[in-house]
Design a protein around this ligand. Structure first.
Ligand SMILES: C[C@H](O)[C@H](O)[C@H]1CNC2=NC(N)=NC(=O)C2=N1
Length: 116
């Protein structure tokens, strides 16, 4: 997971989305994440648990800051006690290595515990 988090995002220009087998192989490094498909578009997702709404909101804001730094953005569903975080590349209509890297960085943020 840490190796993935340290990688730099690459330009997705002229790239194609990863196929299911590739995504599942890469998710071995992110065991709490799963591959889902919404309206035919793959995304990788994890539900993060929190003690209350304020902690969940703080985490969502930190993920948002990470996203702004990289100009690569997740879908965040903020609820009492949890944040569902979904990464995919809109421009590709699927999952790119950049999404795996951002998921690993999200994981690192959660595990740092600073937002709880
Ligand atoms: C103009 C801007 O760079 C693009 O729209 C970026 C913004 N954030 C993005 N985030 C994600 N997840 N996928 C994209 O294709 C994307 N494109």
């Amino acid at each position: 997971m840490h190796d993935l988090a340290e990688r730099e995002l690459a330009s997705a220009d002229n790239a194609s989305a990863l196929v299911q087998e590739q995504i599942l192989a890469l998710l071995a490094a992110l065991p709490d994440w799963e591959l889902n498909c919404v309206e035919g578009i793959h995304r990788i997702e994890r539900v993060y648990p929190f003690a209350d709404f304020a902690s969940a909101l703080a985490f969502a804001n930190r993920v948002g800051a990470l996203a702004e730094e990289q100009d690569h953005h997740p879908a965040l569903l903020l609820e009492w006690g949890r944040v569902t975080t979904s990464w995919w590349s809109h421009s590709l209509g699927g999952v790119h290595m950049n999404d795996l890297i951002m998921a690993a960085r999200t994981e690192r943020l959660f595990q740092s515990g600073e937002s709880r």
